[in-house]
Design a protein. Structure first.
Length: 665
C-alpha cells in the first residue's frame, strides 16, 4: 500500500481464469475504491480490458451478496437472511450427520474451479481434505488435452515470454481469439507485424483477431490435425524438414505414417483447397522463426490432444522449437512452484471429472453424494450434461454455494455464503500464460458480512471441532500471512527471485525468467528428447449429420468472463443470440432478429436469430455467457476429448463437437 494524490493505492492481480492475469492498482479514498487501473510494472498495460467495469461493479453492485441466506424450498426464490453462526452450524451438523450415517466423508462433495484461482482459495480443498476422504472434482474444462499434449511432447508446459512475439517472422494464431480473450497480447502481435512478421489466423469463424491478421484460414471445425498432417506431408515430400535426430524420438515413424496417409480425405477434413496448404507450407519455409499460439478453442474437440501434438511436431520438425521467437505456446504451469500445502492433499480423495459432473454423481453410489459445496463455480450454467445434472439435483440433501452474487447455481442452493472480492482479502495469484505473480492486498474491509473462502474454511473447522472434537485437522489457527509463509518455500522464493512473499508488496515478479523454453534442444521428458506422437489408425473428426446439420460453436466472450456478467445482465439479451449465415437461415424459414429454437437429442433452447454473412453455412455460433437465460449447454452431451488424464486426472471436454438443428419459434 502506498499513498498517491490523496489516494490509498493497493496492489492486486486479476484472479479470474484468463490468459492475461493483469496486475492492477486500486485507488481508494474515504474507504471507497474509486477506480482501478493496470499496473504498468513488468510491461503490463495501464488500460485494463472491457471487463474492468464488471470487476469494480462486483464489489459495489446492489445485487452483491452481503450476508448468508437460506432458501426455504430449493429453487423457490424464498431467501431468508441468516447469521453466519446459523449457516455454519447448519452445515457442520449436516456434515457430522452424513459422516455418521455413512461412516465416511465421501458423501461430502466439493465442486470448485474458475472464479478465483489464488493460493489461499485452496483452503476449501484443505478444509474438505481434513475431514477424511471426500468427493471432489478434478480436471479442467479449459485445457486438459493440450496440457497432456505438451507434457507428452516436451515433458512440461512452458510458454515463451510474450515479448518473444517480436522476434517471430511468422505468427500462427491457431484456434485462439486473443482480441477477445487475451486483449493485452494484441499490442505485441501488432508490434511484431510492424517489424515485418506475417500473422495467420486459423479458425472456423472470422473473429476479431482474424480481422487483424494478414491471412485467415477458415478451417472446418476439428480439421486442424488434418491440416498439420498435410503441412508435414508436403514439407517432408519436398525434403524441407530440418531437425536434429539426436533430440527427437518417433520422428521417422511419424513421417513414415504420414507419407502413407492419403491427402484427399485430409484435405476434405480441413475444407481447404490444396492451394491453401501449398501457400501455408511456403509461408512456413520462407518465414523463420515461426511462433505458434495454440488456443483452448482448438482443443475443444475429440482429438484436441492429438491435434496439438501434431502441431508440436510440425514446429519441431521445421526447426522452430527452442529458438528465439519460435515455439508452440499453449499454457504455463509455472504456479506449480508452490507446494499448495493449504490443500492438505491426500491420496484417497474420490474424484469426479469436472467435465462430466452429472455422470460422476450418477455413478457414485457407495456411498452416494449427499452434500454439495460449490465455490468459484457455476456448474448449472457452464457444465455439459445439464439435463442429467438437474435430474440428479434432488438427491443432494444440502447444497451450499459460496459466491459474490446470485447465479444459475446459487439459485438452486439451500444456503449461500457471501464471499469477498480480490479487493477485500490478502492473497497471491499468478496465471497460466503470462509469467507474473502478484499480491492481492486488501484495499477495503470486507463489505457487509462477506468472508473469504479461507475464513469460511476456518469458521467451519472451528464449529465442527466444537461439535465433535477432532473432526477437522485444518489449521484454522493460522493467519493469512502464516498460510502464505508455508507456500513461499525457499525453492519457490528462489524461482521468483525474491526472499519472502512480502517482497510482492513492491510489485509483481515473474515465475519464469528465461525468454523461451527448450533452449539448446533440451526437454523435460524423462530421456530429455522431444517425443513425436504416433498416428492413430483412424482419424476422428465429428461432422454434422442430416438430422443435426450444424456445428454448434460457443466460444468465449469479449465482454465478460465465462458466466460472470451479472452487473451487465440488464444489457444482455434475454435469450442467447445465435449467428447463422442468411442463406442457411432462410432455407429453414428463419428470419433475422426473430426467435427460434435450437435443438438436438439433448433438448431444446429458445434463442434469437442473427444473420451473419461471414459465417460458414454449416456453423451456428453463439457466445457463451452472453444472455440472461443461458441454457446453451443443455445441448451439450459432454463428449470427452482424447487426452487430459495424465496432467489433470480427467479427460477434457469437446465443448465444440456439438451438433444442432434450428427452426423458427
Ligand atoms: N474476455 C474473456 N476472456 C477470457 C475468457 C472469457 O470468457 N472472456 N475465458 C477465459 C477462459 S476460462 C478460457 S478457457 C480462455 C479461452 O479462450 P480461447 O483460447 O480464445 O478459446 P475459445 O474462445 O474457446 O476459442 C477460441 C477460438 O477457437 C475457435 N475454434 C473452435 N473450434 C475450432 C477448431 O476446430 N479449430 C480451430 N482452429 N479453431 C476453433 C473458435 O471459433 C474461437 O474463435 O479464455 C480466457 N479468457
Ligand atoms: N458452451 C460452453 N460452455 C463452456 C465453455 C465454452 O467454451 N462453451 N467453456 C468452459 C470453460 S473453458 C470454463 S473455464 C468454464 C467456466 O465455468 P465456471 O468455472 O463455473 O466459471 P464462471 O462462470 O466464471 O463461474 C465462477 C463463479 O465463481 C464466483 N466467484 C468469483 N470469485 C469467487 C471467490 O473468491 N470465491 C467463490 N466462492 N466464488 C467466487 C463467480 O462469481 C462465478 O459465479 O465454462 C465452461 N463452459
Ligand atoms: Mo476455461
Amino acid at each position: 500500500m502506498f499513498l498517491q494524490d490523496n489516494y490509498q493505492v493497493t496492489r492486486h492481480i486479476c484472479p479470474r481464469n484468463c490468459y492475461d492475469s493483469c496486475p492492477m492498482l486500486a485507488f481508494t479514498r474515504g474507504g471507497k475504491i474509486e477506480y482501478i487501473k493496470g499496473d504498468k510494472q513488468d510491461g503490463a498495460s495501464e488500460r485494463l480490458c472491457s471487463k474492468q467495469a464488471e470487476i469494480l461493479a462486483s464489489v459495489y453492485h446492489p445485487q452483491r451478496l452481503l450476508y448468508p441466506q437460506r432458501q426455504i424450498v430449493r429453487g423457490s426464490g424464498n431467501w431468508q437472511r441468516i447469521s453466519w453462526d446459523e449457516a455454519i452450524d447448519t452445515i457442520a451438523r449436516k456434515i457430522l450427520e452424513l459422516k455418521e450415517r455413512y461412516h465416511s466423508a465421501l458423501p461430502l462433495c466439493l465442486n470448485k474451479y474458475s472464479g478465483n484461482f489464488s493460493l489461499l482459495h485452496y483452503a476449501i480443498e484443505g478444509m474438505f481434505n481434513s475431514l477424511g476422504p471426500t468427493t471432489q472434482t478434478t480436471g479442467t474444462p479449459c485445457f486438459s488435452s493440450g496440457l497432456d499434449a505438451q507434457k507428452l511432447d516436451f515433458g512440461a508446459n512452458e510458454t515463451a515470454d510474450i515479448r518473444q512475439l517480436l522476434e517471430a517472422k511468422l505468427i500462427i494464431l491457431w484456434g485462439i481469439n486473443p482480441a477477445w480473450t487475451s486483449v493485452h497480447s494484441m499490442p505485441f502481435i501488432y508490434a511484431a507485424k510492424e517489424r515485418g512478421a506475417k500473422v495467420v489466423v486459423i479458425d472456423p469463424v472470422y473473429t476479431e483477431t482474424a480481422r487483424k491478421a494478414d491471412y485467415f484460414i477458415e478451417l472446418r471445425p476439428g480439421g486442424d490435425a488434418a491440416l498439420a498432417l498435410l503441412l508435414l506431408k508436403k514439407l517432408a515430400a519436398y525434403n524441407k524438414l530440418s531437425y536434429n535426430e539426436d533430440n527427437i524420438t518417433g520422428a521417422k515413424e511419424l513421417l513414415a505414417a504420414i507419407a502413407k496417409t492419403p491427402a484427399r480425405p485430409l484435405l476434405k477434413a480441413t475444407g481447404q483447397p490444396a492451394a491453401v496448404i501449398d501457400f501455408l507450407a511456403e509461408l512456413i519455409l520462407q518465414n523463420h522463426p515461426m511462433h505458434i499460439w495454440c488456443g483452448y478453442g482448438l482443443q475443444r474437440h475429440i482429438q484436441g490432444g492429438l491435434t496439438i501434438r501434431l502441431i508440436d511436431a510440425l514446429s519441431m520438425l521445421t526447426g522452430n522449437i527452442g529458438i528465439p521467437g519460435g515455439g508452440v505456446n499453449f499454457a504455463d504451469t509455472g504456479m506449480d512452484i508452490f507446494p499448495y500445502r493449504i490443500m492438505q492433499k491426500r491420496s484417497d480423495t474420490r474424484f469426479i471429472n469436472i467435465n462430466n459432473f452429472a455422470q460422476g454423481l450418477h455413478n457414485l453410489n457407495a456411498p452416494p453424494v449427499k452434500l454439495l459445496w460449490i465455490a468459484c463455480r457455476n456448474p448449472l450454467r457452464q457444465d455439459a450434461g445439464l439435463t442429467e445434472l438437474k435430474e440428479l439435483w434432488p438427491q443432494l440433501e444440502l447444497v451450499v454455494a459460496a459466491d459474490k452474487i446470485m447465479t444459475h447455481s446459487t439459485q438452486m442452493a439451500d444456503i449461500v455464503l457471501p464471499v469477498t472480492t480480490e479487493f477485500e482479502e490478502l492473497d497471491v495469484y499468478g496465471a497460466y500464460f503470462r509469467h507474473r505473480i502478484s499480491i492481492n492486498e486488501p484495499a477495503i474491509p470486507p463489505r457487509g458480512e462477506t468472508k473469504s473462502d479461507l475464513e469460511i474454511a476456518r469458521l467451519l473447522t472451528r464449529r465442527l471441532n466444537e461439535l465433535a472434537p477432532g473432526t477437522s485437522t485444518f489449521p484454522a489457527q493460522l493467519t493469512d500471512e502464516e498460510f502464505l509463509d508455508a507456500e513461499f518455500t525457499p525453492e519457490a522464493c528462489q524461482a521468483l527471485h525474491i526472499k519472502k512473499w512480502q517482497d510482492l508488496y513492491n510489485g509483481p515478479v515473474r515465475f519464469r525468467y528465461q525468454p523461451f523454453p527448450w533452449a539448446g534442444g533440451k526437454f523435460a521428458t524423462e530421456d530429455g528428447k522431444f517425443h513425436c506422437c504416433s498416428l492413430p489408425d483412424n482419424f476422428s473428426q465429428l461432422l454434422p449429420s442430416e438430422e443435426y446439420p450444424f456445428h454448434f460453436l460457443t466460444p468465449h466472450s469479449q465482454e465478460h468472463i465465462n458466466g460472470q456478467s451479472y452487473t451487465q445482465q440488464h444489457k444482455l439479451p434475454e435469450y442467447p443470440l445465435v449467428y447463422i449465415h442468411p442463406a442457411a437461415g432462410q432455407a429453414l424459414h428463419l428470419q433475422d432478429k426473430h426467435p427460434a429454437i435450437v435443438w438436438n437429442e439433448q433438448g431444446e433452447v429458445p434463442v434469437s436469430v442473427q444473420f451473419r454473412e461471414d459465417l460458414s453455412p454449416d456453423i451456428i455460433l453463439s457466445i457463451q455467457g452472453a444472455s440472461q437465460k443461458g441454457g446453451l449447454n443443455l445441448l451439450n452431451a459432454g463428449v470427452p476429448t482424447d487426452l487430459g488424464l495424465l496432467t489433470t486426472a480427467a479427460s477434457g471436454l469437446a465443448f465444440y463437437d456439438v451438433f444442432v438443428n434450428i427452426r423458427p419459434k
